[in-house]
Design a protein around this ligand. Structure first.
Ligand code: SF4
Ligand code: SF4
Length: 258
C-alpha cells in the first residue's frame, strides 16, 4: 500500500479519526496490501487460527528476500483473485483480536531508526483518498491511539527483532550463508520449528540454561520468541549473551518515541 499522503507526526500530536462498521469505506483498506508480518504478528495469528506456524506460513503468507539487506521477509498473502486480505469478511476482520500490528496502527505508519543503541520510532499519517475516517469522530493523541489499539505488546515483543535488522551496516548481513538465513527465518517466523530445534539441541547443557527457562521455552510462546531474538543476536551477530534464566530473556525497554 502506498500512502496517498504521508506526513510526519509526533507523539503529542492530535488527529481526528473514526472507523466503524457501517461506513461506506468499511474494509476497503483490507485489500491490495503490502503487509509485512513481524514475528509477533505470526505468533498471534497462528494461535488465533489454531494452526502451527508452518501451516500459517503455507496458507497465508509469502516469503521473499529483502532487496537491501538480504534477510528473509514474510508478507500476508492477499487473495490472488480478489486482492483481498484472507481474513476480511463482510462483518470485518475475522482475526480482529489478533490482527497484525500494521492493521492496528493504521491509519498511521511507522518509521524506525537506531540511535545510540536505542530504537527511535516516528509515526506518520496515511491519508488514503478512499478512507472516510479522517477528520471524523473522536480526537486522539498519538499515545492514546497506540494504547487503544493494543500496540504496546506488539512493540515490546518485536523490539528484539527490530534491533537485529535496524542500524547495522549492510556488510553485517551480506556475510550470511544459506544456513544462517535459514536459522534467521526459523527463529523469526517458524516458532514451532525453533522450539523443536531448542529441545533437540545441546543449548541447555552448553549454556547452563535453568530448568525453569527450559520449561517456559517448551510451554510459553512469548518467552520462546524473546529467546529466539536473543539467540539470533548471539549466534548470528556475536552480540550480547545467551540468557540462562527467564528474567534474562525478557527485554530491557528499548523503543522510545521519536
Ligand atoms: S475508515 Fe478508513 S480504516 Fe476504517 S474501514 Fe474505512 S478505509 Fe478502513
Ligand atoms: S488482518 Fe484484518 S484488519 Fe488486517 S488487513 Fe486483514 S482483515 Fe484487515
Amino acid at each position: 500500500m502506498i500512502p496517498a499522503a504521508a506526513a510526519a507526526t509526533d507523539p503529542g500530536e492530535r488527529f481526528r479519526f473514526t472507523c466503524q462498521p457501517g461506513m461506506a469505506c468499511f474494509t476497503r483498506c483490507c485489500a491490495n496490501l503490502n503487509l509485512v508480518l513481524t514475528p509477533y504478528d505470526i505468533l498471534r495469528l497462528k494461535r488465533s487460527l489454531g494452526v502451527s506456524a508452518e501451516a500459517f506460513l503455507d496458507r497465508f503468507a509469502t516469503a521473499s528476500t529483502d532487496g537491501t539487506c538480504g534477510l528473509p521477509v514474510v508478507r500476508l498473502r492477499m487473495d490472488p483473485e480478489t486482492g483481498r486480505c484472507p481474513f476480511v469478511t463482510a462483518d470485518g476482520c475475522r482475526v480482529y483480536a489478533d490482527r497484525p500490528g500494521a492493521c492496528r496502527l493504521y491509519p498511521l505508519g511507522q518509521a524506525l531508526k537506531q540511535v545510540g543503541g536505542h530504537l527511535r520510532q516516528r509515526y506518520f499519517a496515511i491519508r488514503e483518498p478512499y478512507c472516510l475516517g479522517w477528520d471524523q469522530g473522536r480526537v486522539w493523541r498519538m499515545a492514546e491511539w497506540l494504547a487503544d489499539q493494543g500496540l504496546e505488546a506488539y512493540q515490546r515483543m518485536n523490539t528484539p527483532f527490530l534491533r537485529l535488522s535496524t542500524g547495522r551496516p549492510l556488510s553485517a548481513f551480506k556475510q550470511f550463508g544459506q544456513r544462517q538465513l535459514q536459522m534467521y527465518f526459523m527463529a523469526c517466523y517458524n516458532l514451532d520449528a525453533f522450539r523443536e530445534f531448542v529441545a533437540g539441541s545441546s543449548l541447555k547443557r552448553r549454556f547452563a540454561l535453568s530448568d525453569e527457562l527450559c520449561r517456559r521455552l517448551r510451554e510459553d510462546d512469548e518467552i520462546l520468541l524473546f529467546f529466539a531474538g536473543r539467540w539470533l543476536e548471539f549466534a548470528l551477530f556475536g552480540a550480547g549473551f545467551l540468557p540462562r534464566t527467564v528474567s534474562q530473556v525478557l527485554p530491557a525497554p528499548g523503543v522510545t518515541d521519536r
